[in-house]
Design a protein around this ligand. Sequence first.
Ligand code: SF4
Ligand code: F3S
Length: 76
Amino acid sequence: AYVITTGCAGVKDAACTQVCPIECIHDAGDQLVIHPDECIDCGACAAACPVGAIFQDSDVPAGHAASTARNREFFL
Ligand code: SF4
Ligand code: F3S
């Protein structure tokens, strides 16, 4: 699944939500988050985000590991 990191906070451009084919991106308040079990790994959101806040979970940058948990925990 793809993960939205803290780079989204304060920006919330929402371009990601417009390109996601299955609408699995939701507003968590300070930032948007991706439903990890619904995401089909198409990559469209990552390409659309103007601040590069979205990464595949296997490719989340060091220092953003907490974002992976944040995206998952929102949907628990
Ligand atoms: Fe949606 Fe594709 Fe991004 Fe997953 S990778 S959240 S399916 S746009
Ligand atoms: Fe946030 Fe980028 Fe989407 S800023 S709302 S992850 S397009």
